[in-house]
Design a protein around this ligand. Structure first.
Ligand code: ADP
Ligand code: MG
Length: 254
């Protein structure tokens, strides 16, 4: 199966269950958006798929092209083509963007194969230009002192250099002004295609004007409660999330 499949996933932090029986399938070639109120567990879902050690998976599966990745270490998941762009990217003082990305790209090459430096820099510069990142960023420490928008561009640059099979972008729109949003969205749209499945997590509909999803899912209290086409995002923008919560409560009481 050429997809990222999440099957009846449950995950907790401490005693608290945050992902509560969530199923979702993102086939290669498609862009799916997850929207939901703050605190519904969107970032937790992303981190659990990535293998964050703070969260305990209590049931369910996450399959990447049929392989259950939950048993793999985070770096192994990444080498197999999973990419996660964080809502709050970490600063890594002392590690330059150029060295960080070079190590990440190198880690994906077969044993014994070395990066060709000229080619690497050519590709890096080309992708930085597309994201309108000044060249001097290569010698700056990863995310250190970056503005919100610069951090998000740096996440997309990583994605562009790593060419993932499945990419999860957690609130890549937060903290971006309109110009940065346009640049970052163009970066994501450039990577879109038959060989990658993209899961966009966003609180706001605005991002989906720029990156038009094939499907939209609504996440509330750790579950997907609605799925639809891109129009569902417009409906949420107009009506908020409360009507869905009310409908859910009615169904539960019926
Ligand atoms: P979203 O991204 O949808 O806003 P999160 O996944 O960040 O939601 O959070 C879902 C819930 O889990 C929130 O109530 C949050 O406080 C809680 N939570 C997330 N991470 C942790 C953590 N590391 N420790 C304790 N609670 C957490
Ligand atoms: Mg979040």
């Amino acid at each position: 199966m050429n997809a990222l499949e999440i099957k009846n996933l449950r995950a907790s932090i401490g005693e608290r269950e945050i992902v509560r029986g969530l199923s979702l399938e993102v086939p290669k070639g498609e862009v799916h958006a997850i929207m939901g109120p703050n605190g519904s567990g969107k970032s937790t879902l992303a981190k659990v798929i990535g293998g964050h050690p703070d969260y305990a998976v209590t049931s369910g599966e996450v399959l990447m092209d049929g392989l259950n990745v939950l048993d793999l270490e985070p770096d192994d998941r990444a080498r197999r083509g999973l990419f996660l762009a964080f809502q709050y990217p970490m600063e890594i003082p002392g590690v330059t963007i150029a060295n960080f990305l070079r190590a990440a790209v190198q880690a994906r090459l077969p044993e014994g194969e070395e990066i060709e430096a000229t080619e690497y820099y050519a590709e890096l510069y080309q992708k930085m230009d597309a994201l309108e990142m000044p060249r001097n960023f290569t010698s700056r420490s990863v995310n250190e002192g970056f503005s919100g928008g610069e951090k998000k561009r740096c996440e997309i640059l990583q994605m562009a250099m790593l060419n993932p099979k499945y990419a999860i972008l957690d609130e890549t729109d937060s903290g971006l002004d309109i110009d940065a949003l346009r640049i970052v969205s163009a970066g994501v749209n450039a990577l879109r295609g038959p060989n990658v499945g993209i899961l966009l997590i966003t609180h706001y509909q605005r991002l989906l004007d720029y990156i038009v999803p094939d499907f939209v899912h609504v996440m509330i209290d750790g579950r997907i409660v609605r799925s639809g086409g891109k129009d569902l995002a417009l409906e949420l923008e107009e009506k908020g999330y409360d009507w869905i919560k009310e409908e859910l409560a009615e169904t539960a009481n019926a």
